[in-house]
Design a protein around this ligand. Structure first.
Ligand SMILES: Nc1ncnc2c1ncn2[C@@H]1O[C@H](COP(=O)(O)OP(=O)(O)OP(=O)(O)O)[C@@H](O)[C@H]1O
Length: 351
């Protein structure tokens, strides 16, 4: 078991900066997810922790050891990738056993360890098969078992679910969460899927353009996004963002006027609010009225998109809410559900 510390990690290739001054402390046994769009530096950061990439600046510590100069094999981390990386000519059993042979682990323990790891990912009756005889989900479970069998200090997982179909992704996600809970191995998991991040992580690291945007529990990131990037990246649908200004206690955008509560910042501002915090209504006394742009039945709710002065705004209504396209519907938003962001920097303003 181990903690991980990144102090001012930077990675440059010539003029390209992949990761910039990145600081992070991961507690022993913690499950950390790196989340961000393609190219934000998630994989590069993870590869530096694994030792597959040298940082241009900064220190990496696993436990109390500075590992910058250690080879990957000496860092005691096990990686699981999107592409499973299995040996096609070895059976499932031998694939799982492989890291034990490479590390010259006492051969008398191999059988026990392989079977235990296979059992954890429910592969115990497929041990004789070859990778070509397995489904994608089963192959990914072999890759997981091969990481587990080593009993490493740290798991590094890079988009391990990306090649699986939607249903398998959900069940394998639950398996990974359960495994980490059982094994209590410090884990860093890379994804661009915010649902994966929110469901798996103890804490999420949101990244953009090589920089850390916010570090927090899924709830902190969802409830108090640090800036408009995080606000627009987390949640499904993402937070609505409207540009406008504060005038006499109201947020004003075009003809729209929304009560703004206690916010003091007169002038340009960005208003953020979540779809589930909007009340759509057919009553006459709504804050404002706007035409319906689209209606989507989600099963447990109806997603109504309104066109507020050219900006599309998502609102979640009950599953029984019936409304037609282009119909005018009312919109209400409680001031306590408003998030405020600086119009220029995008940083959160606490009202
Ligand atoms: N060997 C390299 N040489 C130059 N630039 C690189 C190299 N590897 C990565 N980059 C750049 O560094 C940035 C971060 O890349 P990285 O692979 O870490 O992103 P990512 O967040 O993992 O993206 P994805 O989700 O697409 O895998 C990108 O702009 C990428 O083009």
């Amino acid at each position: 078991m181990a903690s991980i510390r990144l102090n001012g990690i930077t990675k440059r290739w010539g003029k390209v900066t992949g990761v910039s001054h990145f600081d992070l402390e991961v507690a022993d046994q913690e499950f950390i997810v790196f989340l961000g769009p393609s190219g934000c530096g998630k994989t590069t950061t993870m590869r530096m922790i694994a030792g597959l990439e040298d940082p241009s600046d900064g220190d990496i510590l696993i436990g109390d050891t500075r590992v910058n100069n250690l080879d990957p094999k000496d860092r005691d981390v096990a990686m699981v990738f999107q592409s499973y990386g299995l040996y096609p000519n070895l059976t499932v059993y031998e694939n799982i056993r492989f890291p034990l042979k490479v590390r010259k682990v006492d051969p008398t323990t191999h059988d026990d360890r392989v079977r235990k790891a296979a059992d954890m990912v429910e592969l115990d009756n497929l041990l004789h098969r070859f990778p070509r005889e397995l489904s994608g989900g089963q192959r990914q479970r072999v890759a997981l078992a091969r990481a587990i069998v080593r009993e490493p200090n740290v798991f590094l997982m890079d988009e391990p679910l990306s090649n699986l179909d939607a249903k398998l992704r959900v069940s394998t996600r639950a398996k990974i969460k359960h495994l980490q809970h059982t094994l209590k191995t410090t884990t860093i998991y890379v994804t661009h899927d915010q649902i994966e991040a929110m469901t798996l992580a103890d804490r999420v690291v949101v990244m953009n353009k090589g920089k850390l945007q916010q570090l927090g529990t899924p709830k902190q990131i969802y409830d108090t996004p640090a800036n408009t990037f995080v606000a627009s990246f987390i949640g499904s649908p993402a937070m609505n963002l409207l540009s406008g200004r504060i005038e006499q206690g109201h947020f004003v955008a075009g003809d729209a006027r929304i009560p703004a509560g206690d916010i003091q910042n007169e002038g340009d501002i960005t208003l953020g609010f979540r779809a589930e915090d909007v009340e759509v209504t057919l009553d006459n006394d709504a804050t404002l009225v706007a035409p319906v742009y689209s209606v989507e039945l989600l099963g447990d709710a109806t997603l109504v998109t309104l066109n507020i002065d050219g900006t599309l705004v998502a609102a979640k209504a009950s599953k029984d809410f019936e409304v037609e396209m282009d119909q005018q519907v009312g919109f209400r938003l409680a001031p306590e559900s408003c998030h405020w962001f600086d119009a220029h920097t995008g940083h959160r303003i606490d009202g």
